[in-house]
Design a protein around this ligand. Structure first.
Ligand code: CTP
Length: 403
């Protein structure tokens, strides 16, 4: 894709990976983009403004208190007069400041004043990336709708340590920039989507619960894929160990009833994709105290009550989204059972899969699905859950476009 006429504000943070930002500037300019570089003080310890200025053919912005820079464009205009802000490399410090809204230098002030999308390419030592403080900051930035590329797994330039922390390669960053700037690749711009994902936990007492084997991988990947196509996504997630996906508003719930409430609260929407493995039953009268063993009395009997069917509720709601998609987890008669669910739950599309233990789908990385519509069916080959998500998001965009 050509980036002709696109204006990129490139914020270079202070890390050894800053040397790669020089190549990034070249790659962006090759594709016709204008790059306006902004360097933090630390970045200037790794690469010089002279090199950055020469490669970008632009003034290099460095100082919040420079009269010359402020008179030229100023930090507000710097943040606004661009199509996209890219931070590469983004250090742990820069992300921490952003997550907390600090603005004590030109980079952070411009980032706080922005009204444009931001793409962050983190680079740091794996221990710094794994630190709970960094994790909190990254989760916070993702919840604010900031996009990430990387970090990648690999050896660190400075210490030789291996792990997650290497900055994405310049061409990978260019790919992410192209994705974000291409209107063609954002057919769901302006559309609202609700996605459910993961299992639910139904309490027996304060320490025990009923759950299932859903990992949330497929639902989370779908939320992220819809967001990548431009949708404004609310992901209602049951308890999972996954990170919140990029650019998605995530609501964490435990019980099916809480999931239903969160979904109904997120209406109206254009699209609903109900991927969660909602527990069909909850314990009718969950105990508020830990149930103790009663010597001689044997185990207690659990009385179950039926949970609300969230998909059916949405599929028959007066504010029904234009497109309602459900999943069907089956272990036999996938097509017949899937079609019955399509009818019963008022869905436009059911994505059916065989979750028999031997398929390894539940909790695994891959999925093999059959799409059941009102007017037909199609089977997809076995794909990674990320690829199923990307294809499904495209399919949803096409179905909405045709509707
Ligand atoms: N679903 C839901 N709320 C429920 C149960 C299921 O929203 N209480 C949704 C799931 O998210 C999925 C679809 O309904 O999109 C089908 O879920 P599945 O577990 O396959 O089917 P069930 O309705 O539970 O039917 P059964 O257990 O008979 O297969």
């Amino acid at each position: 894709m050509s980036l002709a006429g696109k204006q990129i504000l490139l914020v270079i943070g202070g890390g050894i990976a800053a040397y790669k930002s020089l190549d990034l500037i070249r790659r962006l300019r090759e594709r016709g983009a204008c790059v306006r570089p902004l360097m933090t003080a630390a970045a200037q310890q790794f690469v010089t403004p002279l090199a950055v200025g020469a490669l970008s053919a632009s003034h290099v912005y460095t100082d919040l208190f420079s009269r010359e820079d402020e008179q030229d464009v100023g930090h507000i205009r710097l943040a606004r007069e661009c199509d996209l802000i890219v931070i590469a490399p983004a250090t742990a410090d820069l992300m921490a400041k952003m997550a907390n809204g600090l603005a004590d230098d030109l980079a952070t002030a411009a980032l706080l004043a922005r009204d444009k999308q931001v793409l962050v390419a983190p680079a740091m030592n794996p221990r710094m990336w794994e630190n709970p403080a960094t994790k909190r900051n990254v989760a916070c930035l993702k919840a604010d709708g900031i996009a990430f590329i990387g970090p990648m797994r690999g050896e660190m330039a400075e210490s030789g340590e291996a792990g997650l922390g290497r900055m994405a390669e310049p061409l990978e960053i260019v790919g992410a920039i192209e994705d974000m700037l291409s209107a063609r690749s954002r057919p769901l711009q302006g559309k609202k989507a609700i996605v459910t994902s993961g299992p639910t936990h139904e309490p027996i007492d304060p320490v025990r619960y009923i759950a299932n084997r859903s990992s949330g991988k497929q639902g989370h990947a779908i939320a992220e894929a819809l967001a990548r196509l431009g949708a404004e996504v609310t992901l209602v997630s049951g308890p999972v160990t996954l990170a919140d996906p990029a650019g998605v508003n995530v609501i964490h719930v435990e019980r099916a009833e809480d999931m239903r409430d969160a979904v109904l609260n997120a209406l109206p929407a254009d699209i609903a994709v109900m991927v969660a493995a909602v527990a069909d039953w909850r314990v009718a009268d969950a105990s508020t105290h830990k149930i103790k063993k009663q010597p001689g009395e044997g185990p207690p009997a659990l009385v179950l009550a039926e949970n609300p069917d969230i998909l059916a509720t949405v599929g028959h709601h007066q504010a029904r989204p234009r497109l309602v998609v459900g999943f069907a987890a089956e272990t036999q008669n996938v097509s017949v059972n899937g079609r019955a669910k399509l009818e019963r739950k008022g869905a436009d599309l059911i994505v059916a899969n065989d979750v028999s233990p031997e398929t390894g789908i539940m909790g695994g990385e891959r999925n093999s699905v059959r799409l059941i519509y009102r007017e037909g069916e199609e089977s997809w080959p076995e794909l990674s859950k990320a690829d199923v998500a990307a294809k499904l998001a495209e399919k949803i965009a096409a179905m909405l476009g045709n509707a």
